[in-house]
Design a protein around this ligand. Structure first.
Ligand SMILES: NC(=O)c1ccc[n+]([C@@H]2O[C@H](COP(=O)([O-])OP(=O)(O)OC[C@H]3O[C@@H](n4cnc5c(N)ncnc54)[C@H](OP(=O)(O)O)[C@@H]3O)[C@@H](O)[C@H]2O)c1
Length: 269
């Protein structure tokens, strides 16, 4: 099993991020766990240390939708954690509203957390990786970043950023020894839908049949990262569907999304 050195994981207090911490715990010397709910991170820290007594785990509270807190987090990382070998940009949130009805405060929170924090943390930590000639960035994007879904424009746009950013960053860092992988999950059991207000799944998202657990999602994301894959679609059935997606004309996907949105607007869905 690989030793990834020091791994910083955002959004480690729940769902996929928590499971990513469990996966990396056996493959790292030090973990830095970031989220707002610090009591959950402390509990996870205790669990990980019980299983891996040699591991070092730093708990860092930060609201990634606040740029000042992102800067303060980076300062604490430099002081308390030191060199970061692997950055896992996982923290994220969605929404469930037609864009003209969406709450701006919420939209802003999505853009800051899913876009600005991802870019800022990468900008701060990637140069050191390049200098050392090793390390990596694992971005948790979404299938929503590769197609069009209704009722979640800011989220879909934010994940298109993650998709384009990950591919372009991978190109920029080619040959430096630093790996860039994006995982683009479909529906995964976590707190995501409850927080996004889309219990039962996002409108227009793949059906329940494709749903997987957060543990499987994290395991496949880490395995893909270790293989140096550019993109990972966790879950067998979903992977198959996503590989077939480019063959579905974009015009058809647009019409499907618009039809679902029209039904939502009319209160029929
Ligand atoms: N679940 C799915 O179906 C699905 C599908 C595709 C992609 N994804 C992506 O997977 C990633 C993880 O989502 P999940 O499903 O595991 O959702 P989750 O269970 O709701 O977990 C989200 C994590 O992000 C953290 N987070 C949210 N806002 C934050 C903020 N302002 N500052 C710091 N941390 C913040 C949360 O921590 P605190 O609340 O403690 O801060 C939590 O640890 C997201 O990027 C999501 O877009 C999920």
């Amino acid at each position: 099993m690989k030793n990834h050195g020091t791994v910083l994981i955002t959004g480690a207090s729940a769902g996929i991020g928590r499971e990513l911490a469990v996966e990396f715990a056996g493959r790292a010397e030090k973990l830095a766990l970031v989220a707002r709910r610090v009591e959950r991170l402390e509990k996870l820290r205790a669990e990980l240390l019980a299983r891996h007594p040699k591991l070092s785990v730093a708990v860092l509270a930060a609201d990634l939708s606040n740029e000042r807190e992102i800067e303060a987090l980076l300062a604490r990382v430099a002081e308390q954690v030191g060199t970061v070998d692997v950055l896992v940009n996982n923290a994220g949130l969605g929404d469930s509203a037609l864009f003209d009805r969406a709450d701006w405060t919420r939209t802003r929170q999505i853009l800051l957390t899913n876009v600005v924090a991802v870019a800022r943390l990468t900008a701060a930590l990637a140069p050191g990786m390049v200098k050392r000639g090793r390390g990596g960035v694992l971005n948790i994007g979404s299938g929503a970043g590769l197609t069009v879904l209704p009722n979640a424009a800011a989220y879909v746009g934010s994940k298109h950023f993650v998709a384009g950013f990950s591919e372009a960053l991978r190109a920029d860092l080619a040959g430096t020894g630093v790996t860039v992988t994006q995982a683009c999950p479909g529906p995964v059991d976590s707190e995501f839908d409850e927080i996004a207000g889309s219990v039962g799944g996002m409108a227009g998202a793949p059906p329940k049949f494709f749903r997987i657990g957060a543990t499987q999602c994290a395991r496949e994301a880490v395995e893909g990262f270790e293989r140096g894959a550019a993109i990972v679609f966790p879950g067998r059935a979903y992977r198959f569907a996503m590989r077939a997606l480019p063959f579905l004309p974009y015009g058809m996907r647009r019409r499907q999304a618009a039809n679902t949105a029209a039904k939502l607007r009319a209160g029929r869905e």
